[in-house]
Design a protein around this ligand. Structure first.
Ligand SMILES: NC(=O)c1ccc[n+]([C@@H]2O[C@H](COP(=O)([O-])OP(=O)(O)OC[C@H]3O[C@@H](n4cnc5c(N)ncnc54)[C@H](O)[C@@H]3O)[C@@H](O)[C@H]2O)c1
Ligand SMILES: O=C(O)C1=N[C@H](C(=O)O)CCC1
Length: 233
């Protein structure tokens, strides 16, 4: 498969290594909005860029009729526009806040736990996410996915980085040198605490998941999630 990499930073470089190990060819790498996105030779595009660039990158791929996956976080206020465009152009698009298999299993645990805790008003939920100090967005896209799932299953109606109201989920976003990504969900009562946690040891899980997703969507039409790729959820 011929792959275009839109974004060639920490993730783009890790994805390139795994793509080569799986006998794919990287035919285009872009690193700024000044680079031309010519997808003539690409079977699929993978966007791991920056929040302010993702929308244009994804739109350009759909307009050039090239299946695109995006792992870039912090651009989701434009997600519905991309879904509309993709459907109008009969294109192919997949976004995941986190491509790793481990986190996608964790998402299912979080959903189940939030269902069990839905009516347990003696417990208050909170999230913590820890990432490296170069990360541009807070909270992480993964933390937002986790919080939105809890909101969908319980009476919580919002998440916040600030002091939470009773109906809000507090997200603690910490930045520590070299941390690839740690997420935990804690339900705390006066009697005990229940905690689930995922720790990424490196970026390989994100990159492998992105390549597996790119292989999976290359021949499909529509808007997909990792649940479709992994057949879970
Ligand atoms: N979904 C996941 O599984 C997952 C995993 C890790 C990181 N991420 C997200 O992926 C994104 C990239 O992460 P990273 O650690 O590689 O960041 P990074 O800062 O190392 O790399 C980002 C790259 O994007 C490039 N860039 C800037 N403008 C661009 C443009 N217009 N077009 C193309 N490239 C452009 C920069 O030059 C840089 O090389 C972030 O949003 C991060 O949150 C998602
Ligand atoms: O390194 C990052 O940046 C990461 N971003 C994603 C997020 O915001 O959830 C996934 C984990 C790593």
């Amino acid at each position: 498969m011929n792959i275009a990499l839109l974004g060639y930073g920490k993730m783009g470089k890790t994805i390139e290594k795994i793509a080569q190990e799986r006998n794919h060819t990287v035919v285009l790498k872009t690193t700024s909005s000044d680079d031309t996105i010519d997808l003539t030779k690409a079977d699929v595009a993978i966007d791991f860029s920056i929040p302010s660039a993702a929308y244009v990158n994804i739109k350009t791929c759909i307009e050039q009729n090239t299946p695109v996956i995006s792992g870039t976080t912090g651009w989701l206020h434009n997600y519905e526009d991309i879904v509309k465009l993709c459907n109008a152009k009969n294109g192919t698009f997949l976004y995941a806040s986190n491509f790793s298999l481990g986190v996608n299993i964790f998402f299912e645990l979080n959903k189940k736990l939030s269902q069990l805790m839905a009516k347990r008003s003696d417990y208050k939920v909170s999230l913590e996410e820890i990432h490296h100090t170069q990360k541009l967005d807070a909270p992480s896209g993964t933390a937002i996915t986790i919080a939105n799932t809890i909101i969908g299953q319980t009476d919580y109606n919002n998440w916040t980085l600030k002091k939470p109201a009773l109906s809000e989920i507090k997200i603690n976003a910490k930045r520590i040198e070299n941390v690839p990504g740690t997420h935990s969900v804690t339900y705390d009562s006066k009697i005990d605490s229940i905690e689930i946690k995922h720790t990424a040891h490196n970026r390989k899980g994100f990159a492998l998941g992105a390549i597996v997703a790119a292989e999976w969507i290359a021949t499909k039409k529509g808007v997909f999630t990792m649940n479709d790729v992994l057949n879970i959820g």
